[in-house]
Design a protein around this ligand. Sequence first.
Ligand SMILES: [Zn+2]
Length: 388
Amino acid sequence: MRRKTARHSSLISRFLLSLSLFATLLAACQPAAATPDINAALTAAFETAVAQINAPTATPQITETPIPTATVPRTPPALPAVYQSALLKPEDLPRTYITDSCQYLKNKWDSTKSAPGTMVMVVMHHGINKGEASGNDVTVNEHKKIMDSLFEAGFTAINMQQMADFIYDNAFIPQRSVIFIVDDRHFAEYFNDHWRPYHDQWGWPVVNAYIGIDERTDLWAENAALSAEGWVDYQSHGYIHNIPISEGSTDEFITIEMGGAIASIQKYMNKTPIAYIWPGGGFTKRAVEIGSTLGYKLGFTVNERGPVMYNWIPQADAVNASNPLAIPETPAGNPLMTLPRYWSTNVLDNIDTVRVIGEEAAAYAEQNKAVELEYYDIVCAPTYGAIP
Ligand SMILES: [Zn+2]
């Protein structure tokens, strides 16, 4: 009995030691201001501790027979910190959202999925003016230049379902992807003039954040015809749209605003939207929660923070001088419902930055590949299986 007790206490002390070691690692490696990956780190700590408790050599021995020499359990390496970019504004820190580190690593290194460093530049469009540009609009020539420049830089446009599958599961999309989201209602002419040529030439889709109010059946009809063609992808942009959701919004208002948009698109276009584009850029923690229960998979702000990658969404914790008009996203508690967008007027200035961020992320992933695969092999493979 004495012996059993001693082994038990040694087990407990190993457990505590591994926890305290991990705490030290956390304190040493991850500055408090930049620990968006804390969930993954804690998961790793827990899994490490569990792995050690369950290690075969730790089985209490009651008999007096000599303990056979067993294979020494492999200690999983610490997972590397999330990729940081000096090209983002200092307050716009990349946030992770996959809490299961094994699932994350499996999706990341699966050769049938998106390669590490694959990113999406999300672009918000308003009007495209045949005359002078005003406000948030661009001219026809600027629009052509944006499209040609993205194409020449190796980008490919994707639709909202591809975006959701990528963000949730790292499903394959081109390494440099762009998603165009046009806000508000437009006549079919707008899409025929400014977007159809790119669909015809390159197969590029465009998303329209459509307003759900049940009026103008003529306008619904011409947009429904485009929806049926498949390359204009209609998603939700509120029901009445003109009153942005704010901290003062009631649950009833939020539900009508977000749910009503789903009902109208189902009625006129026979499809169920999966993305909510916040009218006026207004969102709250409560609206993010209600939107998720209504079935929305993704939400988009008007905040320009950077490109997005799998398990990597730049967001701010507070209003700050770098982007004083942007509502901070992390208090809303769900990066997937508060994705950033580049304004179309700023695309040309940012194409190269976005490209470099993707390349740096790919290089950082490659540098950490061996460690991550070793971790996966020790901690994850027994339950998650081999990586395809
Ligand atoms: Zn709008």
